[in-house]
Structure formats: structure tokens, C-alpha cells
Design a protein. Structure first.
Length: 325
């Protein structure tokens, strides 16, 4: 059973290496502090997940194998909602500021470089942003195995067209965040499609309970550091860690993954404190060498997982159920 430790906000606050480098987006001029747009009224809750969702999942199947050897420490994955069949991925620390596009079969479509530094990219997500008609990729530079960072960073870009891969993206919005306990480590991040909030789940080095943290969309700003607020603790059995997270397109279901586990919550409230106070269900997990990435398919509640390692399989755990709203 989860234990709610604090409320963060009220509901209302709620190519390969030789590819040529070309600029595909120009730098956006920002004021010293630019915040996400705040809504005057809280957004409505999504429709509940269909009954029997947890029991509806089939065992995983392999949709393909990642063909490029450049993706050898895949730590984050996101399934495009605008470009059918496209999966975005990135490597772990040491992999540079690179975002790769592959299809469901694992065929390499190309890559983009972000004009930003990379310390330890650990997870990615697709979520909302300032333009309601645009999907945005969020890259979580949130890892800190050495426990030396005073802050972590989320980079946000408008989702690029995979057909234009091979360029450098300079229009990057940066959000600096601070853990309640400096030096914390994390490998899991999700972006709430309902509120725009960013969720981060810690990975204690010695094991034990994970802390679920939130940066409210209304608090996100460039040019300053936003304090992450605790939402809940997630008790973990000995030796278990949270290595990836995602929220489905409707906002009704949330998944965390570990190396050999997947946990799913059905959303019941806007700020997720009540949701995370409930016991999650266990859904199928593929036996992967070092699984750190998970992403919902945009069509519903099926989800992809992928492991670190050269030429990993892309695994799909399918559910026939769809959001009802």
C-alpha cells in the first residue's frame, strides 16, 4: 500500500554518426523567466479506465529489433502520436544529446541532436506544451548515480518530423528542477497529459521506497530552479527499483516499470495523491537484460518496453481495451 507523504499542489495548480548536421529549428527568444501557461480552472478528469484493464493484458510479443548499434544503452522511449508507428528513443549517460527515431520493427529512421549538454538522460515522454496543437518531447536529464548534482534538468522540444532527421535542434526549452533531498537519483519520468505536470520517481541507491515527486506545470519556468514537491512514497520489495514511467494519452492510466516488474494505477483524482495511495496492479513484464524504458501506445493501453544493450528487442504488451472518453 502506498503512503501519501505530502501534497505538492492543489488541483487548481495543477542517420547514423555520419549524418550531416543541418538546423531544423531556430532558437526561440525567451524572456529571462518564461512559464508554462496556467489555466484558470482545473482540467476535467479523464474517463476511468475500462473495467478489467489489468486482467486484459496478453503476454509480450516482439515487434522488432533495434537495427542501429548507436542505440546501445536505451534508457527512454516514447511512442509518437502524430507520426504513426514511430518510436523515439535515447541512450543513457554518455550517449550524448541525441534523440533517435525507429519504427515498430526497429528499423532506424534517423536521429536529431539537441543543442544542449547531457549529463545523464534517463527517461523521456510525450506531453503537452504551449501550443495545444503540438506534441512535445520531454527529455529527462535526471540521473545522478554519484549523488553530486544540486539540480536536474528537463529539456522540452516540439516533436520533430522523423523525415527531417540528421539535423540539430536549437529550439530547446530548459527547466531546472531541485530534489527535496539533494543528490537523489532517478531513472523514471512521466508527463501528465491532463495537467502538464512532470512526475519523477527516485531510485534509492541502496533500494527501499521510491519517492514520487512533481513539478507542477504552473511552476515550470526557464531561468530559475523549480523545487520538486513530494506526492507519495512507493514501497518496493528488496532489490526492486523504478527504472521507467509513463502516462497513457488519455491520462487515465499510469505505469512504472522495474527491471522485471510493471505496476499500473487507474487514475482516480487530478493531483494523483489518491491514485498513488491505492495498490497498483501487476501487469506482464518481459524478461529483458536491463529494462529501463516503457511507453504506452498512443492508440490505447498497450505498452512498449525495451532494454539496454546492442540491438535490443522492442516488446509490446497488448490490451484490447481503449479509453472510453
Amino acid at each position: 500500500m502506498l503512503v501519501v507523504v505530502a501534497l505538492a499542489v492543489s488541483a487548481a495548480a495543477c542517420g547514423e554518426a555520419s549524418a550531416p548536421t543541418t538546423t531544423v529549428a531556430e532558437l526561440t527568444t525567451l524572456a529571462p523567466v518564461t512559464t508554462m501557461p496556467a489555466t484558470a480552472n482545473p482540467p476535467p478528469l479523464p474517463s476511468p479506465v475500462p473495467p478489467g484493464l489489468c486482467e486484459s493484458y496478453a503476454e509480450s510479443v516482439v515487434t522488432g529489433t533495434v537495427s542501429t548499434a548507436d542505440l546501445n544503452e536505451t534508457s527512454g522511449i516514447a511512442a509518437s502520436r502524430h507520426y504513426p508507428g514511430v518510436l523515439w528513443m535515447h541512450n543513457d549517460s554518455g550517449g550524448g544529446s541525441l534523440v533517435y527515431a525507429v519504427d515498430r520493427a526497429g528499423s532506424y529512421l534517423g536521429r536529431f541532436e539537441l543543442d544542449v549538454p547531457a549529463f545523464d538522460w534517463e527517461d523521456m515522454a510525450i506531453g503537452p506544451g504551449p501550443d495545444p496543437g503540438t506534441d512535445y518531447l520531454y527529455l529527462g536529464d535526471i540521473g545522478d548515480n554519484l549523488h553530486i548534482r544540486s539540480s536536474i534538468t528537463i529539456y522540452r522540444i516540439a516533436e520533430p518530423d522523423p523525415a527531417a532527421a540528421g539535423g540539430t535542434i536549437t529550439a530547446v526549452t530548459r527547466y531546472d528542477l531541485a530534489y527535496p533531498n539533494p543528490g537523489s537519483d532517478a531513472e523514471a519520468m512521466a508527463v501528465d497529459p491532463v495537467t502538464g505536470d512532470i512526475l519523477i520517481v527516485t531510485k534509492p541507491g541502496s533500494g527501499g521506497d521510491a519517492l514520487i515527486l512533481r513539478a507542477a506545470a504552473a511552476d515550470l519556468a526557464t531561468g530559475t530552479t523549480t523545487a520538486l514537491q513530494p506526492v507519495a512514497t512507493f514501497p518496493l520489495e528488496s532489490g526492486a527499483f523504478v527504472t521507467g514511467a509513463d502516462i497513457d494519452r488519455s491520462g487515465a492510466a499510469i505505469v512504472f516499470r522495474g527491471y522485471n516488474q510493471v505496476w499500473l494505477w487507474a487514475r482516480t483524482d487530478l493531483d494523483l495523491t489518491e491514485t498513488f495511495a491505492a495498490e497498483p496492479c501487476r501487469t506482464p513484464s518481459t524478461a529483458e537484460v536491463q529494462g529501463e524504458a516503457i511507453a504506452f501506445d498512443p492508440a490505447g493501453f498497450s505498452y512498449y518496453t525495451v532494454s539496454e544493450g546492442t540491438n535490443p528487442d522492442i516488446n509490446l504488451v497488448s490490451s484490447p481495451l481503449r479509453p472510453t472518453g
